[in-house]
Design a protein around this ligand. Structure first.
Ligand code: NAD
Length: 500
């Protein structure tokens, strides 16, 4: 059995807890490896190593850190195929999608190659008589990231890029369900010239997460995962005095107005609802057609579109999507489908009971479509995270926007229309963090930043972009005055200084 170890000080190191977790092959349902789970002592060791090399890394001029990032980017590009195959083998997403996972993370590394520019502070000459004010951004020290299973390359790269480029040491606690790619990324960072010990990977479950959250030398933690855990991690980390950013789950709505380009909409919704088997926090699992005519036409076209989708093993180039991550997750999705039926939603296409010849024990689910889903239903309120699309009919555009606004989650939302004024009004009013207009998956590019609202995000600063640079640095502001050459002495004052 293949063992997956921690990556500490540039080398594989076995976990000391004696506890292990199975890593499955989602195509076959078989165990393909075991990952060692960290004890508190393992986390402690990772932090001690990180803390010992971080000051020297932080003292490098930012251009030299940027050069390591340039090389890191080159090595990820060199290994794109290898990373995508390893990712697909543990996650189950198809290879083209796995490459997209790596690519979207790589773009954050491209962004932080500009770190000398991004770290520049502000300067005011003559803020008062002979007084100048300037600010600088300094790294926090040792910081950590805790990541979910569904983007094992992109999300670690969202975090390690800005954390390392700004001069911190970074400890990654990736998902124990697909732990190989995060280790491969840390190895590439060392190959790129990063010092051993600066980027360590500790695998684990709640025990490892708690050890990270409680560790006094870890100054900030970035988390991405489901909302209840995000909230727990946020509170425990904040209680321990850390800077926290915790992204949670989602239930994104796609609003379709009657004037939308239906060919495009159907193609966009099929991809966004079923791509990666729906295991994306920016998937579009809810579609809200405005008016019954729009709903009826959309429903008919979605049924046709679904009939053309191919579910296959993750290396099948013709497959639109592959298996879900584990048998346990598959059972959870199936239970939500049953819940929808029990709650009275209309099951238009049932994806359960699908079997792929030769892979009968794989975690496959065909696409499911529900119509006449209503806001009172639990299957609407909760995140399903599978290839299940729910149609919620709205009478008018205000009702459609209110659905997204009133939902507990607020990660992403999209509107499909040719009406600019309606789209503009929607973007201004909807209470959701990331908005698409005729764009089904509005994941912001690497030089903007990513973050949801309400139950989709706890903490304040977003992932990557300038928010990423801000999250991993603290601002120091210097107010300076130099002795005057004339020898004049500034009058003593017992009043709070003002610039009047
Ligand atoms: P998860 O919450 O189960 O796990 C996320 C991380 O938390 C993992 O590293 C896991 O080991 C750890 N963890 C799990 N249980 C824990 C516990 N009880 N205490 C402490 N730590 C624990 O999430 P997942 O299933 O790996 O990922 C899917 C979820 O992530 C979905 O809800 C999805 O919407 C969300 N997600 C959100 C975003 C975003 O940016 N908002 C992006 C991707 C995924």
């Amino acid at each position: 059995m293949r063992q997956i170890d921690h990556f500490l000080n540039g080398a594989a190191v076995a976990a000391t807890s004696g506890r292990k977790s199975d890593v499955f092959d989602p195509n076959t349902g078989e165990v393909q490896a075991q990952v060692g789970l960290a004890s508190e002592a393992d986390v402690d060791q990772a932090v001690a190593l990180a803390a010992s090399v971080q000051p020297e890394w932080a003292a490098l001029n930012p251009q030299r850190r940027a050069r390591v990032m340039f090389e890191f980017k080159r090595l990820i590009e060199r290994d794109m195929n290898k990373l995508a195959h390893a990712l697909s083998a543990e996650h189950g997403k198809v290879i083209a999608d796995a490459k997209g996972d790596v690519q979207r993370g790589l773009e954050v590394i491209e962004f932080v190659c500009a770190i000398p520019h991004l770290l520049k502070g502000e300067y005011t000459e003559g803020a008062g008589p002979g007084i100048d004010v300037f600010s600088m951004r300094q790294p926090l020290g040792v910081v950590a990231g805790i990541t979910p299973f569904n983007f094992p390359a992109m999300i670690p790269l969202w975090m390690c890029g800005p954390a390392l480029a700004t001069g911190n040491a970074f400890i990654l606690k990736p998902s124990e369900r697909d732990p190989s790619v995060p280790v491969m990324l840390a190895e590439l960072f060392i190959e790129a010239g990063g010092p051993a010990g600066l980027f360590n990977v500790v695998h684990g479950d709640k025990a490892a997460v708690d050890a990270v959250l409680d560790h006094p030398r870890i100054k900030a933690v970035s988390f991405v995962g489901s909302s209840d855990i995000a909230n727990y991690v946020y509170q425990r980390g904040a209680q321990a005095g850390k800077r926290m950013q915790c992204m949670g789950g989602a239930k994104n709505h796609g609003i379709v107005l009657p004037d939308a380009d239906f060919d495009q909409v159907v193609s966009d919704i099929l991809g966004a609802a079923y791509g990666s088997a729906g295991e994306r926090c920016m998937a579009l699992p809810v579609v809200v057609p405005v008016g019954d005519k729009t709903a009826d036409e959309l429903r008919a076209r979605l049924i046709d579109g679904i009939a053309g989708l191919k579910v296959g093993i993750s290396t099948d180039e013709a497959a639109h999507y592959g298996p879900v991550v584990t048998a346990q997750h598959k059972a959870r999705i199936e239970s939500y489908i049953q819940m929808g039926v029990d709650e009275g939603a209309e099951l238009v296409v049932d994806g359960r009971g699908f079997s792929l010849q030769g892979y009968e024990n794989g975690n496959f689910l065909a696409p499911t479509l529900f119509d006449r889903v209503t806001p009172e239903m639990r299957s609407y309120q909760e995140e399903i995270f599978g290839p299940v699309l729910q149609i919620v009919r709205a009478h008018d555009v205000d009702e459609a926007i209110a659905l997204a606004t009133n939902h507990a989650y607020g990660n992403g939302v999209a509107m499909f229309t040719r009406n600019g004024a309606a789209a503009r009004n929607f973007a201004a009013k909807v209470e959701v963090g990331m908005v698409g207009i005729n764009v089904p998956i509005p994941v912001p590019v690497a030089y903007h930043s990513f973050g949801g609202w309400k139950r989709s995000g706890f903490g304040d600063l977003n992932q990557y972009g300038m928010d990423g640079v801000r999250f991993y640095t603290r601002t120091k502001t210097v107010t300076q005055r130099w002795p005057s050459t004339s020898g004049d002495v500034v009058d003593q004052s017992f009043v709070i200084p003002t610039m009047k």
